[in-house]
Design a protein around this ligand. Structure first.
Ligand code: SAM
Length: 326
């Protein structure tokens, strides 16, 4: 069954936030001192999550990404993956993680059905990584990455938020790191989201600047083989390494949006950069049946806006990426 929004876009992808909590405190996302995390009884249980994903699968969704917050701080993630992986129709399970806890989880996650990984990594300099993340241990991240590669996750994509004066001098070193280690690399523009993101907007760097810096070092070839997501890809000549540019601000890709986000509290967010949403937790807890749940989600999709609101002056989204399942 095709699941199509009012603008004719097919929605086949759900990003599922397992928690709004995180074991890092990146200054642009959940800065130190962040309060207001959702109480744990407002978090959807695994049973509730499974019901919602089954309903999405009935509607034609076949890709599910576990994210957060940090998905690996939620207990029992691999068991949840195994449950979601056997839902008829779900054929692609992936995860976005900061990889701090990846080393001990990699084997179980892969066995349970996560095939692809995105790892957020803004610096490969030990001190700087610790500064950006407020105490994160780069060594644990690297061990997690290498363990995941050994396990067989493919592809492993590094997501690097590029910020002026913070890590823009690491654009080329990060590319070399990915060439050497067989990772795909995606550069991302800073979005005005949540308290930390609003501050970080002064660090915004359009990615055409990054592309120019890369061209001075590498021969970049257009790569049309990689699709299905927001990145525009190039390949570095002489290597298999793909380099993606995710440009929500300088060149947005809303026309090809194929996704919705389920917050850890059961809020269905129809757009990352807008507040259109529908709460699924209360209906679930009040005994909605499976058919009604499918109907509710189908109705919700009618609210999906055409595009994000990030470029409107003084707007932005007063919700952190972590609460949204970014
Ligand atoms: N903990 C997981 C991780 O690290 O990948 C998943 C959640 S984290 C919120 C997902 C991504 O959102 C990270 O790559 C982070 O860099 C990015 N992010 C957070 N706030 C952002 C902002 N204001 N603009 C752009 N990206 C942001």
């Amino acid at each position: 069954m095709a699941f199509i929004d009012p603008y004719g876009r097919t929605i086949d992808y759900v990003r599922l936030s397992l928690t709004d909590r995180c074991n890092l405190r990146c200054f642009y996302c959940l800065p130190k001192g962040t309060r207001g995390f959702a109480p744990s009884d407002t978090r959807l249980t695994f049973d509730e999550i499974e019901r919602v994903i089954r309903a999405f699968a009935v509607l034609g969704v076949h890709r599910v990404r576990l994210t957060g917050g940090e998905p690996l701080v939620r207990k029992g993630v691999a068991q949840l993956v195994a449950r979601l992986h056997q839902i008829p129709g779900v054929d692609d399970m992936s995860m976005s993680t900061n990889a701090l806890l990846l080393e001990p989880h990699a084997e179980a996650l892969f066995a349970a059905g996560v095939g692809r990984l995105n790892v957020s990594l803004d610096s490969i300099n030990v001190e700087r990584f610790a500064r950006i993340t407020n105490g994160g241990n780069l060594d644990h991240v690297l061990k997690g990455l290498f363990r995941a590669r050994q396990e067989g996750f493919d592809p492993i994509k590094i997501n690097m938020l590029v910020m002026k004066g913070i890590n823009d001098d690491e654009v080329v070193p990060m590319a070399r790191f990915c060439i050497e280690n067989g990772f795909t690399l995606r550069y991302i523009e800073t979005m005005p989201m949540g308290a930390g993101g609003m501050d970080a907007v002064s660090r915004y760097l359009p990615l055409d600047v990054v592309e120019e810096a890369l061209k001075a070092e590498f021969n970049l070839i257009d790569d049309i083989s990689s699709g299905g997501g927001p990145a525009r890809y190039k390949r570095i000549a002489g290597s298999e390494t793909k380099i993606g540019f995710i440009t929500p601000l300088s060149r947005h890709f809303c026309a090809s949006c194929n996704r919705v986000r389920l917050g850890a509290d059961g809020t269905l967010h129809l757009c990352l950069g807008n507040s259109h949403s529908v709460g699924l937790r209360e209906p679930l807890r009040q005994g909605i049946d499976d058919e009604e749940l499918v109907a509710l989600i189908r109705k919700a999709i009618a609210l999906k806006p055409w595009q994000h609101n990030f470029n409107q002056p003084k707007t932005g989204v007063n919700r952190s990426m972590a609460a949204t399942g970014g």
